[in-house]
Design a protein around this ligand. Structure first.
Ligand code: S3P
Length: 180
């Protein structure tokens, strides 16, 4: 467990559709901290969409940009940080998250995640193709141990309001886990 005063950020991790952006936005408002988002930072820095980066430069290039975005975002605390679902893949990202942030793993059944993604979200390069449910299940299987490794708190977001979820996370913070 890192020294508490080193961690003045809350990082939200989890698969696509877990609610990282919407929970992050509300949590940041409640804490009065800025909201940062690794995907948004990557898009701003590269002046390309995530889909374009994957198509034109490949996943490895995206992952390098994503690591740089994570370092930038956690470099000036405090903040609430929404991350891309694959942020936990790189060992250096996991180390940085554990060192600098109180990490919250947002999760819900894969069918719920797919329903949310189909309802209102932009296409994810790794979920394109015939069977997005199967693809997301495969990502879950490959990543679950990494989410477990970094998470200080796991929050089920299925059939719960954003307010409830934010209240649960804020309660942990107010217990003194963080020191902005
Ligand atoms: C990815 C998830 C996406 C985005 C990119 C890769 C992943 O972010 O970073 O498409 O590897 O799971 P969201 O988790 O916000 O969908």
């Amino acid at each position: 467990m890192p020294h508490q005063s080193q961690r003045a950020a809350v990082a939200l991790v989890g698969l696509s559709g877990a609610g990282k952006s919407s929970v992050g936005w509300r949590l940041a408002g409640r804490l009065g901290w800025p909201l940062r988002d690794t995907d948004a930072l990557v898009v701003t820095t590269s002046e390309r969409s995530i889909a374009q980066i994957f198509a034109e430069a490949g996943e490895a290039h995206f992952r390098a940009l994503e690591t740089a975005a994570l370092q930038q975002a956690l470099g000036s605390p405090p903040c609430v940080l929404a991350t891309g679902g694959g942020i936990v893949l790189a060992p250096e990202n996991r180390a940085l998250l554990r060192e600098r942030a109180f990490v919250v793993w947002l999760d819900a059944p894969t069918t719920t995640l797919i329903t949310r993604l189909q309802a209102h979200d932009e296409p994810r390069p790794l979920l394109q193709g015939d069977n997005p449910l199967e693809r997301l299940e495969a990502l879950r299987a490959a990543r679950a141990a990494f989410y477990t490794e970094v998470a200080d708190l796991c929050v089920n977001t299925d059939e719960r309001s954003i307010e409830e979820i934010v209240a649960q996370i804020a309660h942990q913070i107010e217990k003194g886990t963080l020191s902005p």
